[in-house]
Design a protein around this ligand. Structure first.
Ligand SMILES: NC(=O)c1ccc[n+]([C@@H]2O[C@H](COP(=O)([O-])OP(=O)(O)OC[C@H]3O[C@@H](n4cnc5c(N)ncnc54)[C@H](O)[C@@H]3O)[C@@H](O)[C@H]2O)c1
Length: 342
């Protein structure tokens, strides 16, 4: 049996990840979230704990389990973090430290390596101008790591903390064993057909789609020409699971870029209109959120992930819309309409 702990389990990625892991008979899932776990997910979990990741006592419920993998998803996302930067720092950094300390102790207690999977973000990048963004081409993991947001800074430091616990923990103590195996993917904007995002700065894309499917107009908070990379939720979940399973000797880095497709906001709206011809959109840029997405790359170079652990998205832009987003989103809102009419 593989024992897997998921923090922030009730969030968007948590939903996708738990549904996917639940299909594997040999996995026991342990969940932590600040909020009560969605009842649809609870049935798949061996143990559910409601608690705050900044409080180490929240993790005590799992201390007698020999944890093999941790997916540390609990976080405050980019737009929310700019509204409450000190809180974001506490949750994103103290939470990270608590999970790494827990992993180190758990590994020591059961004498095994604990793989810690961390979803980082394109928010770690901070390209200083639009001209440089457009001339940069796909950005590698080591370029432009100069974020302009609290969230981006938190992600960079979390990556470094993970690297420290894996490779350098207690460097001055020759008797210390390092039990943490930290691995991270830098996600682009993620779009789910089943859950609506809150607090992210790439949320305009999924918001457009969910508004169109409900026949509602949408005021987009970024300009038409805004471009960043995206992927759909099943690919994001695959990226985490594949990196978790990759043999350690194949990995040449601890942090990897991944992406599926890049679209401008206008191109995304045009795509949505192909399926919902009556969709009405206006562009009403919010200067603060615009500044954030303008500092993120138009595309990332994910060749290291492709080479080291065979990363490849199943869904390019066409398949993302025709095979995943549109059918599932239509079904979702058709069911809701029927339910509200009954
Ligand atoms: N969704 C994206 O587009 C995207 C892109 C890049 C990276 N990420 C990263 O992936 C991870 C998960 O993102 P998501 O989209 O599922 O976010 P989400 O906001 O949907 O979920 C985060 C979850 O963390 C929980 N949480 C927040 N504070 C907590 C605390 N103090 N203690 C315990 N739980 C707490 C929330 O209740 C929520 O269920 C985050 O680290 C995020 O930064 C997401």
């Amino acid at each position: 049996m593989k024992h897997v702990l998921i923090t922030g389990a009730n969030g968007e990625i948590g939903h996708g990840l738990i549904q996917q892991l639940a299909q594997q008979a040999d996995v026991a899932i342990y969940a932590l979230d600040l909020h009560p776990l969605d009842p649809a997910l609870q049935q798949h979990c061996a143990l559910v704990q409601q608690g705050d990741i900044t409080d180490p006592r929240s993790l005590a419920a799992f201390q007698d389990v020999s944890i093999d993998q941790i997916f540390h998803l609990a976080a405050i996302l980019s737009t929310s973090a700019e509204k409450q930067p000190e809180t974001a720092h506490r949750v994103n950094i103290e939470g990270m430290l608590n999970i790494l300390t827990f992993a180190q102790r758990n590994g020591q207690q059961f004498n095994h390596r604990v793989t810690v999977l961390f979803p980082s973000s394109i928010a770690v990048y901070g390209i200083p101008s639009l001209a440089q963004k457009h001339s940069a081409g796909p950005v590698t993991e080591d370029q432009w790591v100069t974020p302009i947001t609290m969230y981006g800074a938190n992600k960079v430091y979390s990556e470094l903390l993970g690297r420290y616990y894996s490779d350098f923990y207690r460097l001055l103590d020759p008797h210390t064993t390092r039990y943490v195996d930290f691995r991270s993917v830098r996600f682009p904007g993620i779009i789910s057909a089943f859950t609506l995002p809150t607090g992210g700065t790439s949320d305009y894309a999924p918001e457009m789609l969910h508004a169109a499917a409900q026949g509602k107009p949408y005021a987009c908070f970024v300009r038409e020409d805004t471009i960043i990379p995206f992927m759909v939720m099943p690919d994001a979940v695959n990226a985490l699971l594949w990196l978790a399973q990759a043999p350690g000797e194949q990995l040449t880095r601890r942090v990897y870029n991944v992406q599926s497709f890049s679209l401008t906001a206008q191109e995304f709206a045009d795509k949505v209109r192909q399926f919902f011809p009556n969709f009405q959109i206006t562009f009403d840029p919010d200067p603060q959120r615009q500044r954030i997405v303008d500092s993120w790359p138009a595309a990332v170079d994910d060749s290291a992930a492709r080479r080291d652990w065979n990363w490849h998205p199943h869904y390019d832009v066409e398949r993302a819309f025709t095979e995943y987003l549109i059918p599932n989103i239509r079904r979702r809102y058709a069911t809701e309409t029927v339910a509200s009419e009954q």
